[in-house]
Design a protein around this ligand. Structure first.
Ligand code: NAD
Ligand code: IPM
Ligand code: MN
Length: 350
C-alpha cells in the first residue's frame, strides 16, 4: 500500500491540502496517508521547522504531498529556524533537483487572467526549475565592510554536473511535448549563467529533434507577458524559475492554479508535490484559498511517483469540468469557498 506523507504546513497550506487529500481518497486507490507538522507548525510542535520525525516520514514515504509554509510570526527567528528552512531542507535532503511547474490555461479561465484572452489562449507551458542549487544554497552571511557598513552576501554558483542533470530534464520534457526548449539565463552578466549556457548548448547535440533557444531572464519576463503561449518548455535556474513561475501563474488566471512536482530523477520515484504558492497569510483561515493548485499537485503525484497516469488524468479532467461549469474561488472572480471548490471537483470525478 503506497504511503503518502502529508505535510500541510502553515496558513492556507492545511486548507488546500485537505481538499487535495479528499480528492485522492475519493479515487479509492488504496493509498495510506500519514500527516506531520512542517514549517511554523513544526516549530510550534517540536521547536524546529523540520522536525526529525517529519523528515524521516518524508524519506520513508512513496511521495510527499506538501501544502505551504511561512508565518509572519517567525520572520525574525534565525534563518535556520524559519519555516522556509524546512522546505529548502526537505528539497535538499531528498535530492529533489528537478521542479516541474506546468502553467496551462483551463478553458473558461481566459477572463481570470489580467492579460487579454487572445494573449493567454492556448497557454500550455512547463517551467523546469533547478531546485537545490544556485544562490539559494551558496554561502551566505553578513559582515562589516572596511568602511564599517553592514553587508549581506549570497553566493550564486552552479557546477556542470548540476546544470547537466537539469538540462537533461528540460530536453527530455521538450522531446515529449512540442519539442521547443527555451533556456533562460543571464549569461550577458553572470559567470554562473555562462557555464549554464555552455552546458545546455553542448547537450543540444543529443537532441536534434528539439529546437533550443536561449533567452536572457529580463527578456523572458517580458515575453511571458507579451506572448506566453509561444513557449513550450523553459529550463532555468532556481532563482529565475521561482520568479518566472509566479509570473506565469497569472497567465493561467491565478497563482492558485499552478501545481508542481519536485523530483530526484527524471523517471520520478519518490517526489514531493506542492502548489507553487505560499501560505498566503492575508487570506489564511478565511476559507478563501483556491485549492486547484494543490489538487492538481495530487494529480502530478499519481503521474510521477505512482505511475498512475489514468488517475492523474481523472483528477485533471474533474478540475477542468468543474471550472467549465463556472466553479470559481475569489481569486478567479467567483465566490466559492475552498471546500466548496473541492466539492465541485469531487462531483466531477469519474
Ligand atoms: P503567497 O504565494 O503566499 O501569496 C501571494 C498572494 O497570492 C497573496 O495575496 C495570496 O493571498 C495569494 N494567493 C496565494 N495562494 C493562493 C490561493 N491558493 N488562492 C488564492 N490566493 C492565493 O506569497 P507571499 O505572500 O509572498 O508569501 C507568504 C508566505 O509564504 C511567506 O512566508 C513565504 O516565504 C511563503 N511561501 C511559501 C511557499 C511554499 O511553501 N512553497 C511559496 C511561496 C511563499
Ligand atoms: C516556492 C517558494 C520557496 C522558494 C520559498 C518559500 C523558499 O517561493 O516554492 O516557490 O523560493 O523556492
Ligand atoms: Mn516561489
Amino acid at each position: 500500500m503506497p504511503l503518502i506523507a502529508v505535510l500541510p504546513g502553515d496558513g492556507i497550506g492545511p486548507e488546500v491540502t485537505r481538499e487535495a487529500r479528499r480528492v485522492l481518497e475519493a479515487l479509492d486507490l488504496g493509498l495510506s496517508f500519514e500527516e506531520a507538522p512542517v514549517g511554523g507548525a513544526g516549530y510550534l510542535a517540536a521547536g524546529h521547522p523540520l522536525p526529525d520525525d517529519t523528515l524521516a516520514l518524508a524519506k520513508r514515504a512513496d511521495a510527499v504531498l506538501f501544502g505551504a509554509i511561512g508565518d509572519p510570526r517567525f520572520e525574525k527567528l534565525e534563518r535556520h529556524l524559519r519555516p522556509e528552512a524546512a522546505l529548502l531542507g526537505i528539497r535538499k535532503a531528498l535530492g529533489l533537483f528537478a521542479n516541474l511547474r506546468p502553467a496551462t490555461l483551463f478553458p473558461g479561465l481566459e477572463d481570470a487572467s489580467p492579460l487579454k484572452p487572445e494573449v493567454v489562449n492556448g497557454l500550455d507551458i512547463v517551467i523546469v526549475r533547478e531546485l537545490i542549487g544556485d544562490i539559494y544554497f551558496g554561502e551566505k552571511g553578513h559582515r562589516t565592510t572596511p568602511d564599517g557598513l553592514r553587508q549581506g552576501y549570497d553566493v550564486m554558483s552552479y557546477d556542470e554536473a548540476e546544470v547537466t542533470r537539469i538540462a537533461r530534464v528540460g530536453f527530455e520534457m521538450a522531446k515529449r511535448r512540442r519539442r521547443k526548449l527555451c533556456s533562460v539565463d543571464k549569461a550577458n552578466v553572470l559567470e554562473t549563467s555562462q557555464l549554464w549556457r555552455d552546458v545546455v548548448t553542448a547537450m543540444a547535440a543529443d537532441y536534434p529533434e528539439v529546437e533550443l533557444t536561449h533567452m536572457y531572464v529580463d527578456n523572458a519576463a517580458m515575453q511571458l507577458v507579451r506572448a506566453p503561449a509561444a513557449f513550450d518548455v523553459i529550463v532555468t535556474g532556481n532563482l529565475f524559475g521561482d520568479i518566472l513561475s509566479d509570473q506565469a501563474s497569472m497567465c493561467a488566471g491565478s497563482i492558485g492554479m499552478l501545481p508542481s512536482a519536485s523530483l530526484a530523477a527524471w523517471s520520478g520515484a519518490n517526489g514531493m508535490y506542492e502548489p507553487i504558492h505560499g501560505s498566503a497569510p492575508d487570506i489564511a483561515g478565511q476559507g478563501k484559498a483556491n485549492p486547484c493548485a494543490a489538487i492538481l499537485s495530487a494529480a502530478m503525484l499519481l503521474r510521477h511517483s505512482l505511475s498512475d497516469e489514468a488517475s492523474a488524468q481523472r483528477i485533471e479532467k474533474a478540475v477542468a469540468a468543474a471550472l467549465a461549469k463556472g466553479a470559481r474561488t475569489a481569486d478567479l472572480g467567483g465566490n466559492l469557498s475552498t471546500s466548496a471548490m473541492g466539492d465541485a471537483v469531487l462531483l466531477e470525478l469519474q
